[in-house]
Design a binder for this molecule. Structure first.
Ligand code: SF4
Length: 224
């Protein structure tokens, strides 16, 4: 018995039948803006949660929170360690000289800041730019994971040793982490040098270039 005949019999017997509605192109078109609006609301909501967060002592010393910046449809997510002085003042990650160098690094592999989303592990500046403490990272990590869930990047760059070690939960030195494809929540992750380190150690620029080329090779292999 075909489906239509079966439904006719059931109807004649007074039995209500729930039939899954087909999604028409028109209703799909209506749903898409709604979905985009929902995602936008989730980002806004998350940003507000960060702005009002007092979950660790960095809330007392920050000028403002540094949520993250960039293209919310980006396939590339860059994750740094924590805001520095300029970031704390401007409310944006990777500004100042390190930010300019990061822009150059991205341009070298054909990307711009419009192609990426940039966030830090900590959303507030540690005083005197000291290293983040474990309790601060633990208190803040759910914000970063929520950003990853919303963005769904195809590739993550861990920028610098501290971000790499904490994201990958290892004490291995940067030299052993770079040049390899790691995973974070099932997403390919590549470790690259921090631009602030490169500003201090210009001789390492060649290694930074290798890191970026490796990251691009990993990204391109994802489309094969
Ligand atoms: Fe909250 Fe993170 Fe800032 Fe700590 S660093 S106050 S957990 S937003």
């Amino acid at each position: 018995m075909d489906q239509a005949t079966r439904l006719q019999y059931l109807e004649a017997m007074g039995i209500d039948v729930w039939v899954k509605r087909q999604t028409s192109p028109a209703s799909l078109a209506e749903a898409l803006p709604t979905q985009a609006a929902q995602i936008h609301d989730k980002w806004q909501n998350l940003q507000q949660q960060v702005q009002s967060c007092q979950a660790c002592s960095l809330a007392k010393t920050r000028t403002q929170t540094v949520f993250g910046v960039g293209n919310r449809q980006a396939e590339w997510l860059l994750i740094g360690e924590a805001p520095g002085q300029n970031e704390d003042l401007q409310g944006e990650p990777f500004v100042g000289k390190a930010g300019q160098l990061l822009n150059e690094m991205l341009r070298a592999i054909g990307l711009s800041r419009q192609h990426v989303y940039i966030a830090n592990m900590l959303k507030c500046r540690p005083p005197e730019n000291r290293d983040p403490q474990i309790n601060e990272l633990k208190a803040c990590e759910h914000f970063l994971h929520a950003q990853i869930d919303l963005l769904k990047p195809r590739i993550i760059l861990a920028v610098g040793r501290i971000a790499a070690q904490n994201l990958l939960m290892t004490q291995a030195p940067l030299s052993r982490l770079r040049g390899k494809q790691h995973q974070l929540n099932g997403i390919p992750l590549v470790v690259v040098h921090h631009p602030a380190y490169l500003l201090r150690t210009l001789s390492e620029k060649a290694k930074a270039w290798e890191d970026l080329q490796f990251a691009m090779a990993v990204y391109q292999s994802l489309s094969l």
